[in-house]
Structure formats: structure tokens, C-alpha cells
Write a protein that binds this ligand. Structure first.
Ligand code: TPP
Ligand code: SF4
Ligand code: MG
Length: 300
């Protein structure tokens, strides 16, 4: 984005006869590509409500996605949004956040995109505490490409590349990002719409690196192969088997096939964000010779 880029026009106020989230959706692109019973659309509804709830100026919000079913979110939001390449949503977003600290930058992508091919970017962005909000829709497989097992697939679950069951231990995502330095970490399922929207709102207003894991059904691939039933069965499971445990030890948040899913807010702490730390250290070291960096906006 060049420094001269003019911000997107403010979306119109919601008309009384329209759905409340419509204002921030590109409805001309509907119907969307997601299957019946998919949880990604529900998560998007929560995200739009979180944006509204946070009172963010939507001309100053940018959403970046990678590739995958979840990656399509960027294309449906009536905001400045970018659908980048597979695994590269975070570096793209990080560049934006560093060049334009006046913007709020959020990444919205899938477990495969963020944690497999993009895993290295994820851990370093968390370590640096870059001002970024990452929403990770975890459906436990690479859905868009047909249900291959990935780094969050639970042990013994079946995928197209694991016909006899997964035997590689999966990542526990809240533990992974918290260990790397993320300063806000939460997990909810798409059954918990109010809690999820609230967590997204908190994440969007949190300074530094915030991460929300969204547990979401993919009935045609993960559900069917693992005999977990239809979308409604996923929601029943989330309702009956989720355990809310705010502040839980992140190492105890592993997800195993069929066992309860621990949800809640696990990390919420303050640590200087990357640019603040850089300005502090360089000012201490260089004194007046250093002009604190405020971003590229307005610079030639
Ligand atoms: C470099 C590269 N490798 C592989 C692919 C193929 N590919 C497209 S989407 C995808 C998996 C997406 O999985 P995930 O991020 O979990 O998103 P989901 O579809 O499950 O929402 C893969 C492997 C690609 N597009 N580019
Ligand atoms: S394949 Fe799975 S993740 Fe993709 S749209 Fe369908 S239900 Fe959703
Ligand atoms: Mg996935």
C-alpha cells in the first residue's frame, strides 16, 4: 500500500430493514462458497459484530487472509482486505502493521495456512509482539483441498492423507502462541457466538499480538470421515462437551478426538509491542540522533 493511498470510503450506516452485519459484507459476492453447516460464516458474523462492538473506524481496519476455505473471509468483507498466498498472510500483515501503525491489521485464516506452511511466521510474529490480531479457524484439516490431515488433526483422526489415523501429535495452538509470546490468547467454538464475538472484540482492541482460536466444523471432510455426524451434531458436541476455564494453563489445552474442548480466555497481559520496544531502545541508545519511528504515512 503506497503512503498516498486514500482510505476506503466509510461504509453506509446499517439500514433498519437490513441484517445488522450486512453493512460490512460485500453482499454482491453472495452466495458465498461455504458448504451448508460450515462454521466459517458463523465466525465471520461474530467478527463483524466484534468490529462494531469495538467501535473501530472501518476505514482504518485491514483484514488479511491466506488460502483455504477460511481464507475466503477477506473477499467477503467490505473493508480494505487482502487474499494473499498460502501461508503468507502473517508476513503480508506484519509488513502492513509495521509500515502503517495507524491502521489496525487483522489476519483471518485456517489452521493449515497459519500453522503448517505459515507456522514460522506465526511464531515469530508472536515472539515480536507485533500489533496484529490473528483469528485462526481450526477445523482440524486442510478443508479446501479435500480433507488432508494437518498440524492440528487430533491423534487417530482420519483424513485423506491418514486413512489409518493420524499418528503425529498435533499442536495445541493456545499453548504454541502463548509460549512464543502472544499477549492475548482465547479459544471458543462457533457454538459460543457471544463469547467468541467478545473475545474477537477484545483481541481487536488489544495492543500487541492477539490470537483467537475458533473451533469450527467441516462436516463434509473432517465430520464425515471421522463419523462425527452432521453440523448439528458438532454443535451439540460443542454445547455439551465444552468446558469454560478462563486462565487455564495453556499446556492443558490439547484437543483429543471426542474429549471435551476447553474454551476461555487464557492469556491477557501487557508487554511492549515491537515498534514501542524498538523506539524505546533506540532512543535510549542514540538519544537525539534517533527520531522515533511513527510509520511511513506521510513520508515521501
Ligand atoms: C503454496 C501452496 N501450497 C498448497 C496450496 C494448496 N492449498 C490451498 S488451501 C490449502 C489448505 C488450507 O487449509 P486451512 O488453512 O486449514 O484452511 P481451510 O480450508 O481448512 O479453512 C492448501 C494446502 C496452495 N494454494 N499453495
Ligand atoms: S469444505 Fe469444510 S471448511 Fe470448506 S466450506 Fe465446506 S464445510 Fe467449510
Ligand atoms: Mg483447516
Amino acid at each position: 500500500m503506497s503512503p498516498e493511498t486514500t482510505p476506503a470510503p466509510a461504509p453506509p450506516a446499517a439500514a433498519p430493514d437490513r441484517h445488522p452485519v450486512e453493512r460490512l459484507l460485500r453482499t454482491e459476492r453472495m452466495p458465498h462458497i461455504w458448504c451448508p453447516g460450515c462454521g466459517i460464516g458463523t465466525s465471520l458474523n461474530c467478527f463483524v459484530r466484534a468490529i462494531e462492538g469495538a467501535g473501530i473506524d472501518t476505514r482504518k481496519l485491514v483484514v488479511v487472509s491466506g488460502i483455504g476455505c477460511t481464507g475466503r473471509v477477506a473477499g467477503y468483507l467490505a473493508l480494505d482486505s487482502f487474499h494473499t498466498t498460502h501461508g503468507r498472510a502473517i508476513p503480508f500483515a506484519e509488513g502492513l502493521a509495521l509500515a502503517r501503525p495507524d491502521l489496525k491489521v487483522a489476519v483471518y485464516s485456517g489452521d493449515g495456512d497459519l500453522v503448517a506452511i505459515g507456522g514460522n511466521h506465526l511464531i515469530h510474529a508472536a515472539r515480536r509482539n507485533v500489533n496484529l490480531t490473528v483469528i485462526c479457524v481450526n477445523n482440524f484439516v486442510y478443508s479446501m483441498t479435500g480433507g488432508q490431515a494437518g498440524p492440528t488433526s487430533p491423534l487417530t483422526s482420519v483424513g485423506t492423507t491418514a486413512p489409518y489415523g493420524v499418528y503425529e501429535p498435533p499442536f495445541n495452538l493456545p499453548h504454541l502462541v502463548a509460549s512464543c509470546g502472544a499477549t492475548y490468547v482465547a479459544r471458543w467454538t462457533v457454538y459460543h457466538v457471544r463469547q467468541l464475538a467478545k473475545a474477537m472484540q477484545e483481541a481487536l482492541t488489544h495492543p500487541g499480538f492477539s490470537f483467537v482460536e475458533v473451533i469450527s466444523p467441516c462436516p463434509p471432510y473432517y465430520g464425515r470421515r471421522n463419523r462425527l455426524g452432521a453440523a448439528v451434531d458438532f454443535h451439540k458436541f460443542y454445547k455439551e462437551k465444552s468446558v469454560v476455564k478462563h486462565g487455564a494453563e495453556t499446556r492443558e489445552l490439547e484437543i483429543t478426538l471426542g474429549s471435551p474442548i476447553v474454551c476461555g480466555k487464557f492469556v491477557d497481559l501487557e508487554r511492549p509491542a515491537l515498534l514501542d520496544e524498538m523506539n524505546k531502545q533506540l532512543t535510549a541508545r542514540l538519544g537525539d540522533k534517533y527520531q522515533p519511528y511513527q510509520g511511513l504515512k506521510g513520508q515521501a
